[in-house]
Write a protein of this length. Sequence first.
Length: 365
Amino acid sequence: MNTINEPTKSTTTLDYYNKNAKKFITGTISVDFGTIQNHFLDKLHPGAEILDYGCGSGRDTKYFLEQGCKVTAIDGSQELCKLASEYTGIPVKHMLFRDLDEKEAYDGIWACSSILHVPANELQDIIKKMTNALRAHGIIYTSFKYGTFEGERNGRYFTDMTEETFAKLIQDMDELEIEEQWITSDVRPGRGEEKMAQSNFEERIDTYEIESTNVMTGDRDRSRYLYYQLKMSMAKAKQIDIIVSFLMESGVRMLLNDMKRALDRGVKIRILTGNYLGITQPSALYLIKSELGDRVDLRLYNETSRSFHPKSYIFHYESSNEIYIGSSNISKSALTSGIEWNYRFSDTLDKRIMNCSMLHLKICF
């Protein structure tokens, strides 16, 4: 909810919150913020891991916990950390925004009226830290006072934002995309005349312009990411069959929206995976079932007496078929920058290979 963490302009702001912690909590803890909280949660899977980035009173942390989420709460004010810990029932970590150094740790980051205290010339670095801590296709929510003011106001430092200034702030961050923005009145008592600019933005991995290729090797060359080729194939397929030895939640999240769009078109999707070496994450299976339900035919090869190590992605089109064969299972690393070796065959080029692959698929299922 609130507070700051930058060393140059933060001392006054942190002093304010430390001295006025109880008063601040009284004015915010009972505010009904359910509509926006639920809107944020609707974009996450059940049991998502959330970072409350400047939790203030702990109001939002407590709500997210009650909805079954796993929440990490931090704040820059020691007094607010103490009171929020008592209120939420979990330890609230005393930490400055600049000290966030986690990588791909959270499904969502909630920064409600918190990073608005960061000076404008430091905001981009803070948002980059938030992005690094976000998992693929994760969501960040943040809010600012609406306007172009920057400076001290009522004992605290503020950087106000408009739609234009916020878009300019993140314009060079190719991994982020503004999903939606809206303007509301401040919901606290007596603050109805104050306007708040609010944004949801997500980590974007799927907007890179790419050409079709038959060889996918990963590494630093995005044109060689298997992920982009699979996206293009999913967009036009009539049926999709995937056989991989294991599923990781990071990879499922990357493909989830593409599978949803395919299912909405009436595409049949079958996925066969295994428990080879115990690598498949239960959370990945749960994510598929919770988000896609019975629309996906998801099966597990669970014979412990032999290994299960195939990796094939098969796409059926109106008048042709193609198959990707290689080393990539479904994980973020395997689909993107991990060193892999995958090749695409098309039945328009090699009928015999495709026919053998289709036969193998029928046997497995």
